[in-house]
Design a protein around this ligand. Structure first.
Ligand code: ZN
Length: 244
């Protein structure tokens, strides 16, 4: 367990930070795969954890949610669109190709059983000092968590900070194979970049103490991928809407 910022801890579950979960204040964010439970429970022993929240209900994030909620007797939280998947454990439903062998592998060997969701989270809800940011695309109900006063951002899988095949560190879009809507996810990348986060905590890859890497990555997406961001969120809709 690594202390990242005040009351923020990273729990790397695989070598090279390949899969992470986090503690933010008294909340466990994400829970690895099915076999991660013992490691997480041992690591957080002695910490006052009162809730468990998911960035999204994919197999490498909800894998140990049920056993952790039951063992610690704490409620499970996620967004409304993820609720059904968190509860029924059907974690690959939104994948572009649920029949791909990797999707099947995740379903058979990584996914945890579903668990009842006690509370749903939406844009601007507060979790301690963190604000919920809706970041759909990788999954329809993906959420991130941002603490404005020190710029800590729990990214989830809106971006990864490693190449998932080679494990080389660097910012990437999440793999298309596991991403429901990559165009919508690109808008979520912009939305997160507009927050000007200082410390980025990823589902996959090491924590990034941003020194311009995020801005370079966004610039690359805009200029080299020839993206047409025609529709952006209405900036008046929410404080954290994407501005033009
Ligand atoms: Zn993931």
């Amino acid at each position: 367990m690594k202390n990242i910022a005040k009351e923020v801890y990273q729990i790397p579950l695989f070598p090279r930070n390949a899969i992470n979960c986090y503690i933010i204040e008294d909340v466990l964010i994400d829970a690895g795969i099915r076999t991660s439970a013992n490691k997480i429970i041992k690591t957080i022993k002695g910490k006052n954890i009162t809730k468990h929240a998911l960035t999204h209900a994919h197999a490498d994030h909800q894998g140990s949610s049920k056993i952790i909620c039951e063992t610690l007797n704490i409620p499970l939280l996620c967004s409304e669109p993820e609720k059904a998947f968190a509860e029924n454990g059907n974690v690959i439903t939104e994948y572009p190709n649920p029949n791909h062998f990797i999707s099947k592998f995740q379903e058979n060997f990584w996914a945890g059983k579903g668990h009842p969701v006690s509370q749903t989270l939406k844009e601007r809800d507060q979790i301690g000092g963190f604000t919920v940011i809706e970041t759909p695309g990788h999954s329809s109900g993906h959420i991130s968590f941002f603490r404005e006063n020190d710029g800590v951002l729990i990214v989830g899988d809106v971006m990864t900070n490693m190449n998932l095949l080679t494990t080389k560190v660097g910012l990437h879009e999440p793999p298309h194979l596991f991403t429901a809507d990559k165009e919508t996810n690109r808008k979520s990348i912009l939305k997160l970049a507009s927050l000007k986060p200082k410390i980025l905590c990823f589902g996959h890859g090491p924590v990034l103490f941003n020194n311009g890497e995020l801005e370079k990555f966004v610039h690359y997406l805009f200029n080299h991928q020839m993206l047409a961001f025609k529709t952006v969120a209405n900036p008046t809709q929410a404080k954290y809407g994407i501005s033009k």
